[in-house]
Design a binder for this molecule. Structure first.
Ligand SMILES: [Mg+2]
Ligand SMILES: [Zn+2]
Length: 187
């Protein structure tokens, strides 16, 4: 079985926008994303992106534009020696009641079947409560990064019904946390 670090996309790997990231020109990675992903890969985790893109169902962008971003991302990372095992996105509307829109775990389960992932030794990293819920439901350890556009205060986070195992300033700090606790089962 493999271990994975499941990653949210917008606000975790790249700058988010309150109006969605609709096309490639709006897509910009954070400065340390590539280095952070490289570190995760070196630790022996598969890299899998799990993202909600309701902007498709809302007619704000197209499947083609989303896939262009994902192809660009894969290529950019590949050039730097980082391999993405997969990108799983939900194009549906919140009202569609699909099984793949986070906090539902349809895409996580699909990815874990396709890549033989042991969820209990995997991590889920994201910038929102929804990501923490997704990771928890899937049985992963969860890390909340504070690089999104909707920043919750520590006080707000404490009141969430699900609690992240760790909160870090950004993805690089999250990776350093994983590195530090590598091999330990109790966080
Ligand atoms: Mg996000
Ligand atoms: Zn969906």
């Amino acid at each position: 079985m493999n271990r994975a670090v499941f990653l949210d996309r917008d606000g975790t790997l790249n700058y988010d926008s309150r109006e969605y990231i609709r096309n490639l020109t709006e897509f910009r990675l954070f400065p340390t994303t590539v280095a952070a992903l490289k570190k995760i890969q070196a630790l022996g985790y598969k890299l899998i992106i799990i993202t909600n893109q309701a902007c498709v169902a809302k007619g704000l962008t197209t499947v083609a534009a989303v896939e262009e971003i994902h192809q660009f991302l894969k290529n950019t990372l590949k050039e730097k020696g980082v391999k993405l095992a997969g990108i799983y996105y939900c194009p549906h509307h919140p009202d569609d009641d699909c099984d793949c829109r986070k906090p539902k775990i349809g895409n996580v389960l699909r990815a874990s079947r396709e890549h033989e992932i042991d969820l209990s030794s995997s991590f889920f990293i994201g910038d929102s409560k929804r990501d923490v819920e997704t990771g928890k439901t899937a049985g992963c350890r969860t890390i909340l990064v504070r690089t999104g556009v909707r920043l919750n205060s520590q006080e707000e986070i404490r009141q969430w019904s699900v609690q992240p195992d760790f909160v870090t300033a950004n993805l690089m700090a999250a990776v350093e946390f994983i590195e530090k606790f590598e091999g330990k089962s109790d966080l």
